[in-house]
Design a protein around this ligand. Sequence first.
Ligand SMILES: Cc1cc2nc3c(=O)[nH]c(=O)nc-3n(C[C@H](O)[C@H](O)[C@H](O)COP(=O)(O)OP(=O)(O)OC[C@H]3O[C@@H](n4cnc5c(N)ncnc54)[C@H](O)[C@@H]3O)c2cc1C
Length: 484
Amino acid sequence: MTNVMWFRNDLRIEDNEAFHSALKSDSLILIYIIDQQFLSKETTSPFHLRFIKDSLTDLENRLETKFYASLNIYCGDTVEIFKNLISKYKISCVYSHNIFKESYIKKVDDDCDALFRYKNIHWKKFDQFGIQLSNRNRSTWSYEWKKFMSKKYTDYTACNCKFIKDYKYRVENIKMDEICTDNIQKGGAKFAQNNLSSFLSDRGEFYRSQMSSPITAETSCSRLSPHIAFGTISLKRIYQETIKTIKTSDGDYKKSLMSFKSRLAWHCHFIQKYYDEPSIESSNLNEAYDGLRENSFNEKLFIAWKSGMTGFPFIDACMRYLKNTGWINFRMRAMLVSFASYQLWLDWRITSKYLARLFTDYEPGIHYSQVQMQSGTTGINTIRIYNPIKQSLDHDPNGNFIKEWVPELREVPDKHIHQPWMMSPIEMKFVDYKRGISYPEPLVDNVLSTQLAKDRIWSIKKTNKARELSKIIVQKHASNKNKF
Ligand SMILES: Cc1cc2nc3c(=O)[nH]c(=O)nc-3n(C[C@H](O)[C@H](O)[C@H](O)COP(=O)(O)OP(=O)(O)OC[C@H]3O[C@@H](n4cnc5c(N)ncnc54)[C@H](O)[C@@H]3O)c2cc1C
């Protein structure tokens, strides 16, 4: 009898419970599948494919070195690939981790489940995020999560397993031509471990005070998010190493690491929320907000926002940075969404898909919750409309970030860098700045569009329907312990 280890978003050999359990088999096929639906999704981009490719190369090397084992890579329809494997080998058990990604993956899993049942194949699924699959209990969630994260992480021991070499799809065959920079994060367990070590030993010291500016966040944040999303390191390991470091630190360092530790719980809280309410990917969490933006989508505004050509220098700098690197910090993500949803009044269902392509760490559970929170459609969060000019003054006071990413504004005097339209005609002439030609005029009036958005949102928020539905949502989703 042969078993299958199905690597999914757990591309590591350390602290990989599914893999370590599978190693007890007599004969084992190690597989990774690039599902054809994943390739054709509008949310999939070269940022993700490059990260997967790096991570697979790293995993293959580790498997080869530690176990003399090959990773079999397939590309196509997942169910058909399994049917083919089942016809070739007498498979008794499939090992994998539970995956909580987009709704099409749930459908793939349901189809695999039906196939395995029909063929009498046992599917052993493991948890890596402390998710309550049944009997969800809000009051014990935090406690149970900590218990899960504190469990000793599994390690592999010598095994007598016979590894089967079946097939290897060449990942290079996937067309990935959109990325033209080297500023992207590299995948693989080595980079994940390096990020964690450097963050805990050095980079994280001023995490709390430096996480909000895109200038300092690049090095002061952990940059572990794509590694967590693709599983090149386990969250449990990050959690335990953080706790160990907290015990030996004090002052700002300790406070920063405590703050980081809370975010690890947030990550899982949002995955839990998505598991409980998968419709947040496509529907307003609070249905009282249905119809709010759906019928007023302005393609011209959307294109300008996507291109980093809104005429608001800080918004444009952040968008261009994100498009170049595949990452930006939390506050700037929130600002980009807030600006699109409020000042430009664009439907989050469309803008969120575009951002998902750009976020190498795209994690539907976090992503759609956050996008809805920043668009005012959850009904349970404070309405926060970011002022792009204030954010610019707060987080890029000298305009250095703007000048780097919006080079057409490099000659603009510092005092006008946040609002170049405020230059006098003489000042414009002096730096050869032509309104609307050198750089776009602001797409909207910031003050008027903010006020209009506030009025529109509050006209719904204050209704009885919105209030009643919000109470139910709080009951179902909010954690008693953590604030997200
Ligand atoms: C509109 C919007 C969309 C987002 N989409 C995603 C997404 O698709 N994938 C994603 O991983 N994060 C997302 N985030 C959360 C956050 O911006 C990123 O996790 C963070 O910027 C990643 O960088 P880091 O690993 O250096 O984070 P750090 O600040 O070092 O945090 C460490 C880890 O904690 C978790 N984390 C941090 N902040 C949050 C948060 N607010 N909610 C939940 N978990 C958090 C992540 O796993 C992160 O890797 C989104 C935020 C917003 C406002």
